[in-house]
Design a protein around this ligand. Structure first.
Ligand code: IMP
Length: 380
């Protein structure tokens, strides 16, 4: 069984918690694209982890974690992460496999990324982790792959493998595999809000090319969306809240970047964005995260369309000018953090989720109401 987990907004949807939860019974968890630009925060008991490269499934002692060929690897960031896991008492021996076909992020890539950001007339607001320059070199056919890197640097020899071959054997052995997308669909280099995107395919198609698992072997694609919208870096965010309201939501939701610490821009839930994301990924079911963050609001807006626009616009200027059409839904103004069954949610919270399902046309199967694993509601 192969499942793909994809962010349906601009990243930071809370994929880390969902992957952690789903990897409880998974044999293998795979990262397929991106690099140390990602930051997955996981809370387990009183310990807080931020993982950038190593899949969050590493916390489960029975899970094998794979860094697939589609990932770009910063060797220093990887070393630091291995060190951190060691300090936290997480044993990765025999449980971490790194693709020999993945590409390396060099010191020069990082310097160039940071320099580009300072001098560009149109700033992207990158994480400065060298992602764009590393992928540029990869497609220009001048990149350095792990298989070349290991001829000179032996730090990771014990982990390097032909991960495509490993994964295809795991499929033949009927293992449970979870492929973990980094960033979100709207940051996809093809389908996202170009040029304000990252440099990889963050959508479900990238899971195939980034792992060596063919599309016919993927059984299920799960989309993660936050109960509202956030974005880090530059680029249009049609439902962005005015400063005071945005600040309040940011504080409630602790919306600060896991990698850069930057404050995330906050907005209302945008059903146009999530519907588009569900289409381009072939999402089978949705997980809605951080519903509890909205507990304080008397009225909750949901964007049901953009005025005079039929499709999610490709033209970035049209998206920047998009006028969201909102519906006002009543808030519930009571804590949902200890609710564990959908029927026990306040009626207004149930109605909010049901409205999302109708607008998007995809069922919601899981709702998260807090950072802890057990703060999760299954919905039929
Ligand atoms: P890059 O991936 O560092 O090149 O950054 C390109 C854009 O993607 C910027 O707007 C970043 O803020 C955004 N981005 C990259 N990684 C993440 C992530 O993990 N979460 C949210 N935004 C991200």
């Amino acid at each position: 069984m192969v499942k793909v987990i994809i962010g349906c907004q601009w990243g930071d949807e809370g994929k880390g918690k969902v992957v952690d939860l789903m990897s409880q019974d998974a044999d293998v968890v795979v990262r397929v694209q991106g690099g140390a630009n990602a930051g997955h925060t996981i809370v387990a008991g009183d310990q807080k982890f931020v993982l950038h490269l190593i899949p969050s499934g590493i916390l489960n002692p029975k899970t094998v974690c794979v860094i697939g060929n589609g990932v770009v690897i910063d060797p220093d960031a990887l070393s630091e992460e291995l060190e951190l896991l060691k300090k936290l008492g997480v044993d990765v021996t025999g449980r971490l496999l790194i693709s020999n076909r993945a590409h390396i992020v060099t010191v020069e890539h990082k310097q160039q990324d940071q320099k580009n950001e300072q001098s560009a007339s149109r700033k992207i607001g990158t994480t400065g982790r060298g992602i764009g320059p590393a992928y540029r070199d990869k497609v220009s056919r001048v990149g350095v792959r792990v298989v070349d890197f290991m001829k000179k640097d032996h730090r990771f020899d014990a982990f390097i493998a032909d991960t495509g071959a490993y994964l295809n054997q795991a499929i033949r052995d009927k293992k449970k595999i979870i492929m973990e997308g980094a960033q979100g669909a709207l940051l996809d280099v093809d389908h996202g809000t170009y040029p304000y995107v990252t440099s990889s395919n963050t959508t479900a198609g990238g899971a195939s090319t980034g792992s060596g698992i063919g599309p016919t072997k993927i059984d299920h694609v799960i989309g993660i969306a936050k109960a509202y919208t956030t974005r880090v870096g530059e680029g249009p965010l049609p439902t962005e809240l005015p400063e005071a309201e945005g600040n309040a939501l940011r504080e409630k939701g602790h919306e600060f970047g896991a990698t850069t610490g930057r404050p995330r821009r906050c907005g209302w839930f945008d059903a146009v964005v999530v519907r588009y994301a569900c289409d381009i990924n072939g999402i089978d079911e949705l997980v809605i995260t951080k519903l509890d963050v909205l507990d304080y609001l008397p009225v909750i807006k949901i964007c049901v369309g953009y005025k005079d626009q039929k499709y999610f616009p490709a033209d970035i200027d049209m998206l920047a000018a998009a006028e969201p059409v909102y519906e006002d839904l009543p808030g519930w103004q009571t804590s949902t953090t200890s609710v564990r069954r959908f029927e026990d949610l306040p009626a207004a919270a149930q109605a909010y989720i049901q409205r999302m399902e109708t607008l998007i046309g995809v069922p919601v199967k899981l709702i998260s109401v807090g950072a802890e694993r057990n703060q999760t509601i299954e919905k039929n």
